[in-house]
Design a protein around this ligand. Structure first.
Ligand SMILES: *Cc1c(COP(=O)(O)O)cnc(C)c1O
Length: 307
């Protein structure tokens, strides 16, 4: 994110407020204990000049399932939150950008039973370029297997985008950056490959695509899109457990996520991956993805919600 992200309007609890009035009280429960949920959504300026939100329905639905997992009852309908998401870019005079819905627990009880505290909802948006850099998108990033494990599925759960879970991701990401890498790849508590700090991971080996199965990873919307695009192109995809050394000997590796889109990995733990740059299957899928979000592929128009 650019430093000092700024904007004009924020949707807060059903109303549009000025950006500078988007405040919460210090006793906001989520601020203390991290129980809240969020989404990350991208809206692209399509080739014809219109703005298109990628996978709006699945993102709104996942916000509600994340809340459900965490016993948070959102006081708005999926339609109402979806409508705020559709309106937030125009409200900020943006035609493309990143949209961040956030559900959090307001002030009230400060104990660990916030059952009677208000559940609050905000929708924000800002401009956000390539999360791992344009150079990373083109030529690949360098990743490190983190010393931090992905959460055990019964220590926290993996199917929600829960605010506090990202402490683990931030520790891994910062460790990777401080050690001179671009991103962290996390293993699960059994030692198998899980995902990156905020992206799912894919491996290419001999024309086939592999990705870790769902139990320890977030059910990424970009992950699902890439699986569908690959299968449509006749590439076989297997959701299968992967080991750290299978990453080292992959032909290609790449990450997927709303923020990271499709970003190749050219090196893991000082081992060159494949040819050491973006591989051909990664390029094929990445190109297909960018064509789809730019509205250039009628076959996947159903994934776009035009504003
Ligand atoms: C958001 C996220 C992803 C990517 O999911 P998308 O739905 O593709 O944006 C992957 N892993 C984690 C841990 C995430 O938080």
């Amino acid at each position: 994110m650019a430093e000092g992200v700024t904007g004009e309007k924020i949707w807060l609890d059903g109303e549009w407020v000025d950006w500078q009035d988007g405040h919460v009280h210090l006793l906001t429960h989520t601020l203390h204990y991290g129980l809240g949920v969020f989404e990350g959504i991208r809206c692209y300026k399509a080739e014809d000049g219109r703005s298109a939100i990628f996978q709006l329905g699945p993102h709104v639905h996942r916000l509600f399932t994340s809340a459900h997992i965490n016993l948070l009852e959102i006081p708005f309908s999926e339609e109402q939150v979806g409508q705020a998401i559709r309106e937030v870019l125009p409200a900020n005079h943006l035609d493309e950008g990143y949209i961040r819905p956030l559900v959090f627990i307001g002030s009230g009880s400060m104990g660990l039973n916030p059952a009677d505290n208000p559940i609050r909802v905000a929708v924000m948006a800002w401009s956000w370029g390539a999360y791992l850099g344009d150079e990373g998108v083109q030529n690949g990033i360098r990743a490190k297997v983190s010393t931090f494990s992905r959460h055990h599925v019964n220590a926290k759960m993996t199917k929600g985008k829960t605010c506090g879970d990202y402490v683990n991701s931030i520790l891994a990401k910062r460790e990777a950056l401080l050690d001179g890498y671009d991103e962290a790849i996390m293993l699960d508590t059994a030692g198998l490959v899980s995902e990156a700090s905020g992206e799912n991971i894919f491996l290419v080996k001999g024309e086939r695509l592999y990705t870790p199965p769902l139990p320890t990873v977030l059910d990424g919307i970009t992950r699902n899109a890439v699986i569908e695009i690959a299968r449509d192109k006749g590439i076989e995809v297997a959701e299968t457990p992967l080991t750290r050394d299978e990453l080292y000997i992959a032909d290609e590796l790449f990450l997927t996520g709303t923020a990271a889109e499709v970003t190749p990995i050219r090196e893991v733990d000082h081992r060159r991956i494949g040819s050491g740059t973006r591989g051909p299957i990664t390029k094929l899928l990445q190109t297909a993805f960018f064509d789809i979000v730019a509205g250039r592929d009628a076959k996947y128009e159903r994934w776009l919600s035009y504003l």
